[in-house]
Design a protein around this ligand. Structure first.
Ligand SMILES: Nc1nc2c(c(=O)[nH]1)N[C@H]1C(S)=C(S)[C@@H](COP(=O)(O)OP(=O)(O)OC[C@H]3O[C@@H](n4cnc5c(=O)[nH]c(N)nc54)[C@H](O)[C@@H]3O)O[C@H]1N2
Ligand SMILES: Nc1nc2c(c(=O)[nH]1)N[C@H]1C(S)=C(S)[C@@H](COP(=O)(O)OP(=O)(O)OC[C@H]3O[C@@H](n4cnc5c(=O)[nH]c(N)nc54)[C@H](O)[C@@H]3O)O[C@H]1N2
Ligand SMILES: [Mo]
Length: 778
């Protein structure tokens, strides 16, 4: 990994395939630039192998039993980033005050190395100073027990926590007495869980690897797998080469969805041949997918009626609709009342394109729909996902091999964390089981999600923040407000592997608790521990760290949680030490409390782990109606939110925030975005040349962006370079987290409360300064 430097600022169209030589080159650079290459190569060879560790990259699943070496460029970067030998220790904090650290970039902060010993913030000197683990736990217990009510504490979780850590954490917090579990999922696939739960009675995807192999068509909406789920490229490529349709919906022409070269196939690499990755590519308006899907359904209805008229076989699966679903008539009524003009206006596509998409869908037998943040991080994310389900129900495409829905998850164990009860709205059944097994009364009142937690902190209704991983300060919207909210805490505790901005938002008590990562060996009293995780296909498997930890001062997440719990609650209800000493004790409790985990320890032994059966696969629907539900919603009156329309201000562009190829969420690995042809810079904004001309801008010039909302607050980021790009008219794109200050806290999805990171109406102005706000701190 290269050292942080501004680098050469360049933009050059990338014409190579995704993965392939470019990826190999990048991986090799990552290895050779690492301070411990041999160790890391060994670690990487163990990634996603039985007896090895689960890749801390994404949540894409593994093809069972292929025995291939399973890693990708971004997995390599994630492993390398975690497995550094650089240390952020007491000396480091003695050298740098918090005020100084705040002036550094996110890239610089994480690059400094692994956190290796517990530290406490000292307000007088503005430095972090060492503290013993026992004293740190005592301080946490003191703060928590001094609160007027348990609801005055927020317990955040990022999606890397193992099942064992997550289960123990929720147990501690619920015995303490609150359901305040804001988590990264609130900002990520919340809309998928909400939508699928209501429609199908499960919040999870319904497909496995085998389904991808049997699909006749795979629809990919709002997702950039070339960068974010590189291992997904392989099944997509295989699908295209066996003649299946791969149909993409994305306003940007993402390289990974265009061409692909398998980095582990030498023959193809040497001949430098690349495979086509799609058979059709549509470029909708931002937030336009609901209208696209609605238009497709309207065409289908038209064809169905024509077929009926001539007594031909229609495009609907009538037997399925009749026996398995509810709400069909209401849905048809909504299809009829939806105006074609609205479909065209909102979708950003021509009618013939929508018709073509509908044809591809109806010509295919088995069809899978995949999606990610381009669908969920919108005002109407929930309705859009329910429309995906509606389409699939019309064709009987759920609960059948080769078909289904696949929300492609982000963090490697974000799905498992929910399964373990990291949920601000837990099901009563889950709480009942906790109550029965542990003999305490869990709180029944819903807790805070991420947006609610920020508001509670801001208004002083919450005083303690504990983060199990993640980077709350940077991942959340409205950075200026969030930074203030976090800084106001009486106690800010961050359990982390690397230094980030969340450690710097402090003014009172604060603790940095350094933890082991997925790659590190975890030894407890009973020996080398494994932890478990669940992937996007609901496969649960074990993960064994492989690398010797950098320092004795780093502890495992379960060890840290048990310590906090013991100091706060004592051993009255749970023997925390027993849980900490042997994770099989935690798994025994999971086995008793979480359906699907019966005989957990035993089933873990099989290579590849085990599958958490989804009732949908057998067409058993755990919904209100006992059937799969068509849920019909009207198209929004206007894609522009009311708060923007009523502001009286005109927007120049609609901005989406996305990931570059060189980042993992708020972790910035480097300043390049290879597939988009960007090198050496991140403070850029992609704009169509026609819009550049229309707005009187100059390519390469620096601008400020100001987002539009009706609360009188100015949200501005400064000094972003304008980059002409092949992007639909009226749209712009820039990197997360640099543009998070532009997302108003009150701009969130209906039914999901997910911050709307992909639809930010902005005004552009000549630059008033150089520093993007996210880099300059609070
Ligand atoms: N290397 C790497 N891997 C990662 C991550 C990472 O940061 N780096 N993050 C992980 C996490 S937590 C997650 S959630 C996933 C994220 O995976 P993605 O969802 O692929 O991530 P984004 O970069 O947010 O990409 C959003 C895509 O949606 C498109 N899009 C935006 N708005 C719309 C829209 O309205 N309609 C349509 N059809 N498309 C739209 C954008 O052009 C972009 O291609 O990746 C995970 N994997
Ligand atoms: N504008 C905008 N905002 C977004 C998004 C967007 O697309 N646009 N995406 C959203 C999405 S999808 C997500 S998931 C969130 C991500 O939100 P988070 O999950 O909160 O953020 P990360 O950047 O993944 O967290 C990185 C930090 O996690 C810590 N860490 C890494 N590994 C471990 C570990 O094993 N254990 C522990 N305890 N700590 C660890 C390190 O200290 C590192 O600094 O951001 C959301 N925010
Ligand atoms: Mo995510």
């Amino acid at each position: 990994m290269s050292t942080p430097k501004a680098g050469r600022e360049k933009f050059k169209r990338y014409t190579g395939p995704a993965a392939g030589w470019g990826a190999l080159h990048s991986v090799t650079n990552a290895w050779l630039g690492s301070s411990q290459p041999i160790k890391n190569i060994r670690a990487l060879l163990k990634a996603n192998q039985h007896g090895g560790f689960d890749c801390p990259g994404c949540a894409w699943g593994e093809e069972p039993g292929t025995g291939r070496v399973k890693f990708c460029e971004n997995g390599a970067k994630a492993v390398n980033w975690e497995a550094t030998s650089r240390k952020v220790d007491a000396d480091f904090f003695a050298r740098h005050s918090v005020a100084q650290l705040r002036r550094q970039t996110d890239y610089w902060l994480e690059y400094q190395g692994r956190l290796t010993e517990p530290m406490r913030y000292d307000r007088d000197s503005d430095h972090y100073v060492p503290i013993s683990w026992d004293d740190a736990f005592a301080l946490i217990g003191q703060h928590l027990n001094a609160l007027d009510s348990p609801g005055e504490a927020e317990f955040y979780t990022s999606g890397r926590a193992s099942n064992e850590a997550a289960f123990l954490y929720q147990l501690f917090v619920r015995i303490f007495g609150t359901n305040n579990f804001p988590d990264c999922s609130n900002m990520c696939h919340e809309a998928s869980g909400v939508a699928l739960g209501a429609s199908l009675g499960t919040g999870k995807g319904t497909v496995t690897f085998a389904d991808f192999e049997q699909a006749d068509a795979i629809f990919v909406l709002g997702q950039n797998p070339g960068t974010n789920h590189p291992r997904m490229l392989e099944p997509l490529r295989d699908a295209v080469s066996r003649g299946a349709q791969v149909v993409c919906f994305n306003p940007l022409k993402e390289r990974g969805l265009e061409r692909f070269q398998h980095p582990q196939s030498m023959a193809r690499m040497l001949s430098n041949s690349a495979d086509a990755m799609h058979t059709a590519y549509f470029r909708p308006a931002l937030g336009g997918d609901l209208a696209v899907l609605r238009g497709m359904a309207k065409y289908m209805l038209q064809w169905q009626r024509e077929a009926q008229r001539y007594r031909l076989e229609g495009v609907f699966d009538e037997a399925f609709i009749l026996s398995q679903t509810s709400g069909f008539q209401d849905y048809i009524a909504v299809l009829d009342t939806t105006d074609w003009a609205d479909v065209v206006a909102q979708s950003g596509l021509r009618l013939d394109e929508i018709e073509q998409a509908a044809r591809l869908f109806c010509d295919a037998g088995n069809t899978i729909f995949c999606w990610a943040m381009g669908i969920t991080q919108h005002h109407h994310g929930v309705a859009t996902i329910q429309e995906i389900v509606n389409l699939q129900l019309l064709r009987g495409n759920i609960g059948r091999a080769g078909s289904g829905v696949c929300p492609v998850r982000g963090h490697s164990n974000v799905q498992g964390d929910r399964t373990m009860g990291i949920d601000e709205r837990p099901s009563p059944a889950f709480l009942d089981r906790l109550q029965e097994y542990f003999g305490f009364s869990p709180p029944r009142k819903p807790g805070h999600n991420t947006v609610e937690a920020i508001k509670a902190l801001l208004e002083g209704r919450a005083k303690v923040f504990i983060g199990l991983g993640g980077n709350f300060a940077q991942a959340t919207p409205d950075s200026r407000v969030t930074h203030a909210a976090l800084s106001r805490c009486a106690l800010n505790v961050q359990i982390s592997t690397k230094l980030n901005r969340s450690h710097l938002m402090v003014s009172n008590d604060a603790l940095i608790l350094p933890c082991l990562g997925r790659t590190d060996i975890d030894r407890q009293a009973s020996g080398h521990q494994c932890v478990t995780v669940e992937d996007s296909f609901s496969m649960v498997h074990a993960s064994f760290g492989q690398l010797e930890p950098l320092s004795e001062g780093m502890k495992s997440e379960p060890w840290i949680i048990a310590g906090m719990a013991r100091a706060t609650l004592g051993d009255r209800i749970v023997d925390w030490q027993a849980m900490r000493d042997d994770y099989r004790t935690i798994r025994a409790a999971i086995s008793a409390c979480v359906p699907g985990f019966e005989h957990f320890e035993q089933r873990l032994q099989s290579p590849g782990g085990f599958h958490l059966a989804n009732t949908v696969a057998t067409r058993c629907w755990r919904t209100d109606s006992g059937k799969a539900r068509f849920i019909a919603s009207d198209l929004p009156a206007d894609l522009l939110p009311e708060a923007v329309r009523s502001s009286g201000e005109k927007h120049d562009l609609i901005l989406q925030s996305l990931r570059s190829h060189d980042q993992y969420n708020t972790t910035i690995y480097g300043l390049d975005d290879r597939y988009r042809g960007v090198t050496g810079q991140r403070d850029i904004v992609f704009v169509n040349q026609h819009d550049i001309d229309r707005l009187g801008l100059i390519a390469g010039a620096k601008i400020d962006m100001v987002s539009i909302w009706n609360d009188g607050v100015e949200r501005r980021v400064r000094g972003f370079r304008v980059l002409p790009y092949d992007i639909p008219l009226g749209q712009a794109a820039a990197y997360y987290p640099e543009v998070n200050p532009l997302v108003p806290l009150d701009s969130y999805g209906v039914g999901s409360s997910t911050p709307v990171s992909k639809y930010i109406p902005i005004r552009v102005e000549p630059s008033q300064g150089d520093a993007p706000l996210a880099f300059s701190g609070a």
